[in-house]
Design a protein around this ligand. Structure first.
Ligand code: GLC
Length: 680
């Protein structure tokens, strides 16, 4: 957890979250304000002030969310959803429900439509990379048109009314008895079926964690520990932490908070961000944000809400939240899948947001591997833990985000090269991870006999892994059947630790083959006493101990052996386990884990993590009433109750990506590794 405080109010750039104008936007006659181009495009101070005060007035006096006027994109996909604005998802869903008579079939239609619109693997990336092309496009289409706030707000209000009028009750037993997509405010669990006292308590706590911005819900804080006198940044909305909350709300038919979250974080993406005179890429999403209620300039006794993001500039160790943008894309797709409201992902500003994130991930660098190169602590494990380089968690989220983007991107002249780049990367990434990250008894045996220092493109031991690296614990631990993806792979370095989130998300996204996915679940089952024990699930296994702990964590007192990120047990991971189990047709495994969690979580006040090898004690510094613990539990319960909903959230094998070779090395002296691997 990052203990640094938020940016001081004085150093905030209060306007930049809304200064996202189309190049040709007419406001002040000025084009897009973009980091790195301020000299060319910046608005004058007086323009900024004028603009900002109009927005501030809008938020603080009316206490309404900033309205968005939808920009019509001429390249919309043909299957394209309802073409709605705020609130119209209600109409869309209601319509479908009436026609099909059950929620289940609505979802199936939506899912197959969108899948048919995935694009196939194309040819090699052309000389002029996608980046030049789509950044240009980005300038042309950038999003919010704010000179018409009043009009858009009216529109929003009208949609609200319309939505209320068309509210529909669904009672088919598959999804509770009330469809709540059309309700702005929900104050109690809406599941019509019997929910236990534990679930009721969890819903109450989850709702207690909701944060409002200008009168509308925009997210949930990380924890609401009543005894916590020093919340550090646990009183902020973390992007990654909000995902299980969002899913719980979506699965319960409450979409508004998720839509608000997606749109507000999208605005934060374009915030100008600087750490000691250096600015990271524009597409970076914050790790978290805080809603601050501050006195309004020059108005006595009046206050306004401000969004204050943390891009890592306040975080301990200044870690870059690489996973935030990936989670944002994943959540955006889930929102469309579950609500059937695809108009959100079709909006021009949202499309641009996706492209900016992908730009950061797909930019050419010095890399030799298709995996994403990141610094230590760039994901759920946000402190030094020796996971810099190519950690599995980031690769699995990256792969999922690419698959989501391919489904969601509008294909046109601006994006077609980007789509080719996505397909190529998907193909290379899945081959690389499946081939080189996989660890099982057979593979360890191979590594045990590896020759080293092989200089040739035909080398078997491509990464020059020394057999001495096989850790003692693994020799006894690896089961006869089953296996997993190792935590990281770099030259002469294989991190053999088992990282739960990366492995589960590989199953969910089909980064692992079906056989490997089965192997991963087999291993978890076989090693239940190590990975689940008295609280699901270990964040990684085993812990770093003794000298290794000292060197790799830098002597971090929070990450002592079998605590926190270093082998602690994190109940929030249960929802990802549940999803993976449902996908692989093994819900009983998930049920077993949820039952273990359920027995202790309420009595222990829903802690963030547990300590010790077996997860027996509440984590030494664990926050209580940790929101993603609560939301993870609720999401698991709902997925188990409605497994058909789970299919909205996972992916099956993509055979096209699998089959295609994009490297072009089919013949001659240097062979394609993929073809060579297949012929073995
Ligand atoms: C800790 C976790 C991080 C989480 C944050 C807020 O720092 O490591 O993943 O987002 O707490 O709960």
């Amino acid at each position: 957890m990052n203990s640094g405080g938020c940016l001081g109010i004085s150093s905030m750039k209060p306007c930049s979250n809304i200064l996202i104008l189309g190049k040709k936007s007419s406001i002040f006659g000025s084009p897009l304000l973009k980091r790195g181009h301020s000299g060319e495009y910046n608005l004058s101070k007086s323009q900024l002030k004028l603009y900002y005060s109009s927005i501030k007035a809008n938020c603080s006096h009316n206490r309404k969310i900033l309205g968005f006027r939808r920009v019509i994109d001429s390249n919309r996909r043909v299957f394209g959803g309802s073409g709605s604005n705020w609130g119209q998802s209600k109409v869309f869903l209601a319509d479908r429900v009436k026609k099909n008579g059950s929620f289940r079939s609505v979802i199936a239609n939506v899912a197959s439509n969108i899948r048919n619109n995935s694009n196939s693997v194309g040819s090699r990336l052309p000389e002029n990379s996608f980046e030049n092309i789509y950044i240009q496009g980005g300038f042309n289409v950038k999003p919010l048109i704010i000179e018409r706030i009043e009009e858009s707000q009216d529109l929003f209000e009208k949609d609200e009314e319309k939505g209320k009028a068309e509210e529909v009750k669904v009672n088919d037993g598959t999804f509770g008895d009330t469809n709540r997509f059309s309700e702005a405010e929900v104050s109690e669990p809406t599941l019509g079926i019997h929910v236990s006292e534990v679930e009721k308590e969890a819903w109450e706590l989850l709702r207690g964690a909701i944060v409002n911005y200008c009168g509308s819900p925009v997210g949930t804080v990380a924890a609401t520990d009543p005894a916590d006198k020093q919340p550090l940044n646990y009183d902020q909305v973390f992007i990654r932490d909000f995902v299980p909350s969002a899913l719980a709300f979506l699965l319960n038919g409450e979409a508004e908070i998720v839509k608000n979250f997606l749109l507000h974080t999208l605005q934060l993406q374009s915030w100008e961000k600087t750490v000691d005179c250096y600015s990271p890429g524009q597409g970076l999403m914050p790790a978290s944000f805080k809603v601050r209620n501050v006195p309004l300039d020059g108005r006595d006794g009046e206050f306004e809400d401000l969004l204050d993001p943390d891009f890592g500039e306040s975080a301990i160790g200044r870690v870059a939240p690489v996973d935030s943008g990936l989670w944002w894309i994943i959540l955006l797709r889930s929102y469309g899948k579950i609500t059937g409201d695809y108009s959100l992902q079709e909006r021009v500003d949202v499309q641009t947001g996706i492209r900016l994130i992908l730009n950061l991930c797909l930019t050419d660098g010095f890399d030799m591997f298709p995996t994403l190169l990141v610094t230590d602590g760039s994901c759920m494990i946000d402190r030094r833990m020796g996971i810099h380089g190519h950690p599995l968690e980031i690769q699995a989220l990256f792969y999922s985000a690419l698959r989501c983007s391919r489904e969601m991107l509008t294909v046109n002249d601006t994006t077609k090269n980007l789509v080719v780049a996505i397909n190529n990367r998907l193909s290379a990434l899945s081959f690389h991870v499946r081939e080189y990250y996989w660890v099982d008894l057979k593979k360890i045996n191979e590594i045990h006999r590896y020759k080293t220092e092989e200089y040739s493109s035909e080398a078997v031991n491509k990464f020059n892994i020394y057999p001495e690296q096989i850790p003692g614990w693994l020799v006894d631990w690896i089961p006869d059947s089953g296996g997993y993806f190792c935590g990281n792979l770099q030259p002469a370095h294989m991190d053999f630790r088992f990282f739960t989130l990366g492995n589960l998300w590989s199953v969910i996204s089909s980064l692992s083959s079906d056989k490997q996915s089965e192997g991963i679940l087999n291993l978890i089952e076989e090693k239940w006493d190590d990975l689940v024990a008295e609280m699901p699930l270990k964040i990684c296994y085993p812990a770093l101990e003794h000298g290794e702990w000292r060197i790799i964590t830098g002597g971090d007192p929070k990450n002592t052996p079998w605590s926190y990120h270093n082998g602690g047990s994190w109940p929030t991971l249960t929802w990802q386990f549940t999803l993976a189990c449902i996908k692989m047709g093994r819900p009983e495994l998930a049920r077993k884990a949820v039952a273990v969690a359920e027995q202790r979580l309420p009595g222990d006040s829903w802690p963030e993590y547990y300590d010790t090898k077996q997860g027996r004690f509440t984590g030494k510094q664990a926050r209580l009433q940790q929101t993603w613990t609560i939301a993870g539990y609720l999401t698991s319960k709902m997925l188990l109750r409605n497994p058909e909903m789970a299919s909205m959230l996972f992916w099956n094998e993509d055979y096209e990506v699998l089959e295609k070779c994009v490297c072009g090395l089919k013949t001659g002296r240097r062979n394609c590794s993929r073809l060579a691997a297949r012929s073995q």
